[in-house]
Write a protein that binds this ligand. Structure first.
Ligand code: ZN
Ligand code: ZN
Length: 646
């Protein structure tokens, strides 16, 4: 057999790569005895691995490369590409190891690793690397700045963003339009809308990207009408700007507006693209609009859109957040490619729905597949452990984050750990854990501990933490409510009155409880005690009827959580009109027997509603799914999936 000439060998490999036949190309490479392969051929091979997210092939090419010697420029280029290959395949630790082994690192190598962390959902690490880069004396370029501004935008870190703005001015990159766009976007996302507008007005050239950043900035900033006006002014409106408007609304919680905009867009015959679907699906997820979500899914299929990683992940998220966890898994299993976001979405779905063992099992599979977790994945895993009361397992993963994956725990992870330890009753240990935290504990950390003090009746510590929280953020209602409920539970009505008076004097208002339920044509919203719904009369009658039925089945109202000393009967009435109960009654009135009722609530479900819903699920023989601010509750035949641990 004749040996292929070097030129032919390289040509063959490149041709196969261009046709997407990676396995065949690799076969030639590995079976040719002592081949002479050009650096550009290796680059083509790695590029193909990137587009196919083919990690195991990428690793074999890496070992092939490392057995050879290249002149320094090619060597450097190959190393940068290997870093990119690893992170595109979700393997961040390998990318980092490559980076750490590099003897010479220029701005390109730093850009590669900074972007790797940002895209992998680890913006904090990107920022840390950026500071390291500056410390080593390598000058950032426009791509470094744009990347790092995106990292700031992602975590809404305005302070950092302003510092970087200053560095940009000093380095003379302000006129670069990539950088200017990233600045507008950063200011808009961090809520500094005026500053974003200033930057935008000063830009010599505006393209659709800058307009988009501005529109979505306004949509997120709580001035959605301004967004609509800055939208109408646009010289060019296209699918990109519609998408920005929708995404902006969703991110700031204007969910109904987002769904409305999506409808309008269709009415105006603007063809949606995959980004549209990725932007609008979270709106359905947020309010549990399963019907709309299914419609959109149908839409995607009818239009023949490929289920790429982003769209499929958004669908998995929507189904999971609407409580259809099995449908979510079905879709997840069908995905031809998965990235860190898709794995994390599915794990989050399991964790929120209370399938904690499944979440942990999938986490092991994810690691086994070669995709590395990011900080969101760890948040979900700690959440799963917390929901299931798995203290040891939680601690193991918490320590594993930094030890095995170089991810430094952030406030989110500390909150989860405090929740995990506190719920399990380790109140004193939790306090010690907080004291030893290397970062300053945010208010939520203390609020979590206060919650634990309440459930484990540690009044003394509870009072101390509440006073701490009052100082940190005097306008936050949560510690007042927790403290008040704590006193109410031990029947100390004098103290309850004190807390109420404090709240009144300081002008603090509780966030009203709201619940959403999917009706036959639209989503219906209910707020505590509201009488605005056209079916209010029937709903109240239904609630009364249910109240008799569940009392006969053994339910007694638990009015400890009502923050005042009304007569028992009045308290009962107040409880009866909690938004989730109204939504459930609405559901029972408007759906056929046997249909599952799905409700979404903005706050945590209260003890009484939880108990009542268990009884209701039994007396009406319905499955009722309630998603509260913290997790899912699947009520069936008098039981809840959370086993009363929430
Ligand atoms: Zn309630
Ligand atoms: Zn429950």
């Amino acid at each position: 057999m004749s040996m292929p000439s070097t030129a032919n060998l390289n040509l063959n490999i490149v041709a196969l790569c261009r046709k997407g036949c990676l396995k065949e190309a690799l076969h030639i490479l590995l079976t040719t005895h002592n081949p002479t392969v050009n650096p550009s051929t290796y680059l083509q091979l790695l590029q193909t691995c990137i587009s196919k997210k083919a990690l195991s092939e990428g690793k074999r090419i890496h070992s092939h490369i490392s057995e050879r010697v290249f002149e320094s420029l090619s060597h450097k280029l190959l190393q940068d590409t290997l870093i990119r290959m690893y992170y595109h395949c979700g393997n961040l630790v390998h990318a980092r190891e490559m980076f750490d082994q590099m003897i010479e690192r220029d701005v390109l190598s730093w850009n590669a690793i900074i972007a790797a962390y940002r895209r992998h959902g680890c913006p904090h690490e990107s920022l840390a690397l950026f500071h390291q880069m500056q410390a080593t004396g390598v000058q950032p370029d426009q791509f470094t700045f744009s990347s790092i501004l995106q990292a700031c935008a992602k975590i809404r870190d305005l302070k950092h963003g302003i510092c970087i703005h200053q560095s940009i001015i000093e380095a003379g990159f302000l006129s670069d339009y990539v950088v200017a766009n990233a600045l507008v976007d950063m200011y808009a996302k961090c809520g500094s809308i005026q500053k974003a507008r200033d930057m935008f007005d000063k830009m010599p050239h505006r393209d659709v990207f800058s307009w988009t950043a501005m529109v979505s900035g306004y949509a997120q900033s709580g001035v959605p009408d301004e967004a609509l006006r800055l939208f109408e002014e646009m010289p060019q409106r296209n699918v990109v700007t519609w998408n920005a408007l929708i995404a902006g609304y969703v991110q700031n919680g204007f969910v109904e507006k987002a769904l409305e905009t999506f409808k309008q867009m269709k009415l105006m015959h603007v063809e949606p693209d995959t980004t549209t679907f990725v932007s609008v699906l979270p709106a359905c997820a947020k309010i549990g609009a399963l019907e709309q979500g299914r419609d959109i899914h149908q839409n995607i299929i009818e239009r023949g859109f490929p289920l790429d990683v982003a769209v499929a992940s958004a669908l998995v998220d929507m189904y999971a957040k609407c409580g259809s966890i099995h449908k979510a898994r079905e879709l997840f299993d069908k995905m031809p490619q998965r990235d860190v976001v898709s794995w994390t979405t599915m794990i989050a779905g399991y964790a929120q729905n209370g399938y904690c063992k499944d979440a942990l099992k999938l986490f092991e599979q994810m690691k086994h597949s070669g995709t590395h977790p990011n900080y969101v994945t760890f948040t979900c895993i700690l959440l799963a452990c917390s929901h299931a009361g798995l203290v040891d397992e939680g601690c193991k993963h918490f320590n594993g984050m930094s030890d095995s994956y170089y991810i430094m725990p952030t406030s989110d992870h500390y909150v989860c750990m405090v929740d995990l330890l506190g719920r399990a009753g380790y109140v004193e240990e939790t306090l010690n854990f907080i004291i030893k935290m290397p970062i300053k504990p945010v208010a939520v950390v203390w609020t979590c501990l206060l919650g634990a003090c309440r459930s484990h009746k540690n009044i003394e510590l509870g009072v101390f933490i509440a006073s701490l929280l009052f100082e940190m953020n005097p306008k936050n209602a949560a510690p007042y409510v927790l403290l008040g409920n704590m006193y109410a539970e031990i029947g100390d009505w004098g103290e309850v009155q004190m807390v109420r008076r404090l709240m009144k004097d300081r002008g603090i208002k509780k966030i009203p409880g709201c619940s959403w339920i999917q009706g036959p044509k639209m989503v219906h919203a209910f707020c505590v005690g509201d009488r605005l719904h056209p079916q209010t009369r029937e709903i109240i009658a239904k609630l009364e009827e249910l109240s008799w039925e569940i009392k006969a089945a053994g339910y007694s109202p638990d009015s400890r959580t009502v923050l005042n000393d009304l007569e028992e009967e009045e308290k009962e009435l107040l409880l009866c009109h909690h938004s989730e109960k109204m939504a459930i009654a609405f559901g029972l009135l408007n759906t056929t027997p046997g249909t599952t009722i799905r409700v979404v609530k903005n706050l945590r479900i209260c003890v009484d509603c939880h108990t009542a819903t268990k009884f209701i699920s039994k007396v009406v023989a319905r499955e009722i799914v309630v998603r509260d601010a913290n997790r899912f509750h699947h009520f069936k035949n008098g039981q809840c999936s959370c086993r009363d641990y929430w």
